[in-house]
Design a protein around this ligand. Structure first.
Ligand code: ZN
Length: 196
C-alpha cells in the first residue's frame, strides 16, 4: 500500500542558497573574508516564496480555513486542483509566481511580464482574492496592484528580462519555466497605474 500523502512536505532545495553557500566556501578558501561576509548577508536576506506565503498565512489565520493546511500548501493544492496536476510542477510554478508578484510590487516602474507557465501561479494567487489582498498589504504598501493583461502575447523578450529582474531582487529563478515561454512571451503590461 502506498504511504499517505505528506501533509507538509519539506520545501524543495533552493538553488540560490546552494549557489551562495558554494560561493561563500570558495571565498573562504581564497581568504576573501569580505566576499564571504557578503555571501552570508545575501543568504540571510534572500527570499523564499514558501516562507513568504506561510508568514502571511500565520499572520492572517482566516486565509487558511482548512485545518492543518498552511497558505503555501493551500495554494499548491488549489493550483493542482484547477490547472497544474503534477505536484512538483505546481510547487515550482507557484514559487515563481510569488517571486514575480513580490518583485512587481517591490520594484515598481519596471516593464514586467511572465510567460504562460509562470502566469498560472500568478493567477492562482490573484484568484484567492483575500490572499492577493494580503500580499498587496505586505508588499505594495497596502495598495491594490492591478493585473491588466494585453490580449496579444508580446514577443519582445520581456519574459527573460522579467526573470532577470526577479533574480536581481534576490529570488531563485527556475529558468526552465521562463525559457519555455521566451519566444512567446507574456501579455502583461503597465497600461493602468500600479499594474503588472
Ligand atoms: Zn534559498
Amino acid at each position: 500500500m502506498r504511504p499517505p500523502p505528506d501533509q507538509n512536505p519539506a520545501p524543495a532545495e533552493c538553488t540560490r542558497c546552494d549557489e551562495l553557500r558554494d560561493e561563500e566556501r570558495r571565498a573562504e578558501a581564497a581568504l576573501d573574508t569580505s566576499r564571504a561576509t557578503d555571501c552570508r548577508v545575501l543568504l540571510r536576506r534572500h527570499p523564499h516564496p514558501r516562507e513568504i506565503l506561510d508568514r502571511i498565512g500565520e499572520a492572517h489565520p482566516a486565509l487558511t480555513p482548512d485545518p492543518g493546511v498552511g497558505l503555501w500548501e493551500r495554494e499548491v493544492r488549489l493550483l493542482q486542483r484547477d490547472s497544474v496536476r503534477v505536484r512538483s510542477l505546481a510547487e515550482r510554478i507557484l514559487g515563481q509566481g510569488i517571486a514575480y508578484l513580490v518583485t512587481a510590487m517591490e520594484k515598481p516602474g519596471n516593464d514586467m511580464g511572465p510567460g504562460f507557465e509562470v502566469d498560472q501561479g500568478v493567477h492562482q494567487v490573484i484568484l484567492d482574492t483575500p490572499v492577493y489582498f494580503a500580499l498587496c498589504a505586505a508588499y505594495n504598501g497596502g495598495r491594490y496592484k492591478h493585473h491588466a493583461p494585453l490580449i496579444q502575447r508580446r514577443r519582445d523578450g520581456i519574459v527573460l528580462r522579467t526573470a532577470d529582474l526577479i533574480a536581481a531582487n534576490g529570488f531563485a529563478v527556475d529558468w526552465e519555466l521562463w525559457e519555455v515561454d521566451a519566444s512567446d512571451c507574456g501579455p502583461c503590461d503597465d497600461k493602468v497605474p500600479d499594474s503588472h
